[in-house]
Design a protein around this ligand. Structure first.
Ligand SMILES: C[C@H]1O[C@H](OP(=O)(O)OP(=O)(O)OC[C@H]2O[C@@H](n3cnc4c(=O)[nH]c(N)nc43)[C@H](O)[C@@H]2O)[C@@H](O)[C@@H](O)C1=O
Length: 322
């Protein structure tokens, strides 16, 4: 019998980390270790919990010792309000954590490291952009300067350590992820989570959207991203790969809001508030590399993902019918 691969999921209480943890514990061939920091553990059969601050080098070495795979989903992250008003909160901790994790993975002989990057380096485009369509000589959107370059630094560190021959790395440039366990508060959430909350809780029949509604994003359901990671840790044999992971469709914020309102079944008026934080860019990813090399493609249509997320939101938050 082959030994189970030991998989460490960092950030297991966060949005992506929790969805990964809950899905991967269902597999019989993996032994799942989950790292939490300040948030409490949740019930999940078969999981081994660890607590630790990933900004501390000794803690990082203790956690990675003996692991075969590290899935690095721990990040300081929040939506456009923080990106616009206090962008520095996304920079330092992410740079420190990832630097320590990548060094420890190499020193301790971890076989595979998965890093969630972002898509902030891409220029605004309503047509799909491939991994090679980012030109490092082009300026990043001003709003994304700090976290965008931090992610690129970590991407390059992954490539650097891959070249040393011990650890294989997968970098995933995923688009805007949504689904169960996302942030749904109005301060820190992204556009999808915030809009679901606004629509479901609107007391006066009005939903107020930040910006003009013309900004566009590529939206991917978290279950599709989990499927991506599953394929990467099973199929990738090369030392370093960087992949786009998105739905391949740019959806204007105003259309997203209309779809969420329609799925809610509520009769609401939508207003646009130009004084609120907004990031004028359009994102759309070409994921043909992932299709070719991992057989992956996003499978959950946005309309279906919206229905599923509203249903989850009702179970998790809507106590009015109790
Ligand atoms: C993929 C990418 O995704 C994220 O960056 P983002 O897309 O810029 O962030 P967001 O989802 O918060 O905003 C998208 C747009 O939506 C508008 N918007 C309207 N109404 C609300 C609203 O109520 N809340 C929020 N947050 N935004 C709103 C808002 O004004 C902005 O123009 C990062 O996680 C980053 O890590 C990353 O890689």
């Amino acid at each position: 019998m082959t030994a189970k691969r030991k998989v460490l999921i960092c950030g297991a209480t966060g949005f992506i980390g929790r969805n990964l943890t809950e899905a991967l514990t269902l597999r019989g061939d993996l032994e799942i270790h989950a790292v939490r920091f300040t948030r409490p553990a949740y019930d999940c059969p078969g999981i081994v919990w660890h607590q630790g601050d990933l900004r501390d080098a000794d803690t990082v070495s203790r956690l990675l010792d003996g692991m075969d795979v590290v899935i690095q989903a721990a990040a300081t992250t929040s939506g456009s309000k923080d990106i616009v008003t206090r962008p520095h909160i996304h920079v330092t901790d992410n740079a420190v954590m990832n630097s320590l994790l990548l060094r420890a993975a190499h020193d301790l002989g971890v076989a595979h490291f998965v890093f969630f990057s972002c898509t902030m380096m891409y220029p605004s485009s309503g047509t799909p952009l491939a991994e090679t369509d980012w030109d490092p000589a082009e300026a990043l959107n001003d709003r994304y300067f700090g976290i965008g370059w931090t992610k690129i630094y970590v991407e390059k560190m992954c490539e650097f350590f891959s070249r040393l021959g011990t650890t294989r790395h997968t970098v995933i440039r995923h688009s805007n992820v949504y689904g169960p366990h996302d942030k749904f508060d109005l301060e820190r959430s992204h556009v999808f989570g915030a809009t679901v909350t606004k629509v479901m809780t609107a007391a006066d029949g009005v939903v107020t959207v930040w910006g003009s509604g013309e900004e566009a994003r590529d939206l991917i359901h978290v279950a599709d991203l989990v499927d991506f990671v599953r394929r990467a840790i099973d199929l990738q044999k090369t030392p370093y790969e960087l992949f786009n992971a998105g739905a391949g469709r740019a959806v204007a914020v105003r259309d997203l809001v209309s779809m969420i309102v329609a799925a809610s079944g509520r009769d609401l008026t939508v207003r646009y508030d130009l004084s609120q934080p907004t990031i004028r860019t359009a994102l759309c990813l070409d994921c043909s590399k992932a299709r070719r090399e991992l057989g992956w493609t996003a499978t959950i249509p946005l309309e279906e993902g919206i229905r599923r997320t509203i249903s989850w939101w009702r179970d998790a938050f809507d106590r009015r019918s109790d």
